[in-house]
Write a protein that binds this ligand. Structure first.
Ligand code: PRP
Length: 169
């Protein structure tokens, strides 16, 4: 769906915007495992203001294909967020349930600011309002993989955004 060069160019431009917006500050990246690791690393490498990083892992109580919005923290952050300029980094916003829940949890920890960056946004699937501050690509409602996104845990390592075609096609 999106070739490697196009993904890299858009991440480079997003990092430039972030560097501009966070002038004079330290941006604290919060990467939500596992899907966001590739985007987090590529973004972080291109940000020119000081960067700190932390990771958390959440699991949504839901079926295989749709999140429920009730999020269980599997691995919490190592560092407190109080007073930090926090930028949450995600691979995709789909229904919005996970991020809506997560942003509320993180806001309660008292960051100086809290923003959201996502590699992909699937607005057609949204059931809860979530607006990312930085979106690299809006994508249609298809089964996208690569650049961190998986299908049964595979394909995360593809250096581009691909689509799983259904067998009926
Ligand atoms: C994906 C993605 C978001 C969430 C978005 O994570 O990274 O956290 O789903 O879905 P939503 O907008 O419908 O809530 P996933 O649960 O697939 O975990 P992973 O990152 O480990 O693959």
């Amino acid at each position: 769906m999106i070739p490697e060069e196009e993904v890299e160019e858009k991440i480079r431009r997003t990092a430039a915007r972030i560097s501009e917006d966070y002038q004079g500050k330290v941006v604290h990246l919060v990467s939500v495992l596992k899907g966001s690791v590739f985007f987090t690393c590529e973004l972080a490498k291109r940000i020119t203001v000081p960067v700190t990083m932390d990771f958390m892992s959440v699991s949504s109580y839901g079926d295989q294909t749709e999140s429920s919005g009730v999020v269980r923290i599997v691995k919490d952050l190592d560092m407190p967020l109080e007073g930090k300029d926090v930028l949450v980094v995600e691979d995709i916003i789909d229904t919005g349930r996970t991020l809506h829940y997560l942003m509320n949890i993180l806001r309660d920890r008292g960051p100086a600011s809290l923003r959201l960056a996502t590699l992909l946004d699937k607005p057609d699937r949204r059931v809860v309002t979530v607006e990312a501050d930085y979106t690299c690509f809006e994508v249609p409602d298809e089964f996208v993989v690569g650049y961190g996104l998986d299908c049964a845990q595979q394909y995360r390592n593809l250096p581009y955004i691909g689509v799983i075609e259904s067998e009926s096609k």
